[in-house]
Design a protein around this ligand. Structure first.
Ligand SMILES: Cc1ncc(COP(=O)(O)O)c(C=O)c1O
Length: 334
């Protein structure tokens, strides 16, 4: 099977497994796991922030980050297809009491006019006020679209004018960095908090980080424990993340090239595929998914008429070419 359902399906390579086996470990609830400490310091430094906290999932990293910015009864605003709202199953409202409103953009971009219009200032204790703007880069359900960095700088300026904070859901910020050459620290510079994942294109089996100030991360450490996310000798997992940063970051360019190839085979302009995600509109998405499966290709339906496929380090050029052939034939014949 050629598995294009997600970039989360990768399995650790031999080298990564060796790094995991060799990791120095300690009890991380006591703050004594040296490998976790190295990973947290390294990732915080990459994005130019003070501190970072290792979490089991990107969803938890997002919850911890937004909890640092948005109190109960306050609001975060974001694009309508944001993962935090569409795929984190109400965690933010349920766990922190925040509320949300959305704007819509075709490729998930920021809409400064709309954000300015939506922003609710402090009107006293009986009204919801906007305390954070969250953006997703790359934007998963907008087909891996990269948010233009100039827009992000303008967003930072607007947020400062409004007295609002900025969260970046950077589950795939690595792909944005590789696709555009924008330094990770520049992306970090526009954010008050971030969530970044090691378990997507980077190919680690698990792991994400919440990034912010030393104070925010210290508070997040307590919230993580309260949520049952205090982990013990977890350096074996942090080691996979460190290995991935050393060996799997630059190679993402290959995934992006492969995604363009798939997009073209599916009848799309490849220039619209900026990173490793291709979303195709079709009459009957479940039928396409079933037909592809029969021919050895796994893709996902992300709506009744939308099929999504992702490239990653477990699908090589030959597998992508085979998948492209299969999908082109299925989509041509309907
Ligand atoms: C944009 C985005 N943010 C956050 C997440 C959550 O990551 P996790 O599945 O590790 O909770 C995902 C997962 O696909 C994602 O695509």
């Amino acid at each position: 099977m050629i598995d294009l359902r997600s970039d989360t399906v990768t399995r650790p390579t031999e080298g990564m497994r060796r790094a995991m086996a060799d990791a120095e470990v300690g009890d991380d609830v006591y703050g004594e796991d040296p490998t976790v400490a190295v990973l947290q310091e390294r990732v915080a430094a990459l994005f130019g922030h003070e501190a970072a906290l290792f979490t089991p999932t990107g969803s938890m990293a997002n919850v911890l980050a937004l909890a640092a910015l948005v109190g109960p009864g306050q609001e975060v605003i974001c694009e309508s297809r944001a993962h935090i709202l569409r795929a984190e199953l109400g965690a933010h409202g349920a766990l922190t009491g925040l509320t949300s409103r959305t704007w819509s953009s075709p490729a998930g971009q920021v809409d400064l006019e709309e954000i300015r219009e939506m922003h609710a200032p402090d009107m006293g204790p009986f009204f919801v006020r906007t305390t954070a703007i969250s953006v997703e880069n790359t934007h998963n359900f907008a087909g891996g679209a990269v948010l233009p960095v100039q827009d992000l700088h303008r967003l930072r300026g607007l947020a400062d004018d409004l007295g609002c904070r900025v969260h970046v859901d950077g589950a795939r910020i690595w792909n944005a960095h590789v696709a555009t050459g924008t330094p990770l620290a520049e992306y970090g510079g526009i954010a008050d908090t971030m969530a970044v994942c090691l378990s997507k294109g980077l190919g680690a089996p698990i792991g994400s980080l919440m990034i912010g100030s030393a104070e925010q991360v210290e508070e997040a450490r307590v919230r993580r424990k309260r949520m049952g996310g205090g982990m013990r000798q977890v350096g074996v997992l942090a080691a996979a993340g460190l290995y991935a940063l050393d060996h799997h970051l630059d190679r993402m360019a290959e995934d992006h090239e492969h995604a363009r190839l798939l997009a073209e085979a599916c009848g799309q302009d490849p220039d619209l595929t900026e990173t490793n995600i291709v979303v195709v509109e079709t009459a009957d998405a479940p039928a396409v998914v079933a037909a592809a499966r029969e021919q050895g290709v796994l893709v996902g339906a992300v709506g009744p008429t939308r099929v999504r496929m992702l490239t990653h380090l477990d699908v090589d050029r030959a597998a992508v070419e085979q998948a492209a052939k299969v999908l082109a034939q299925i989509l041509r014949t309907g």
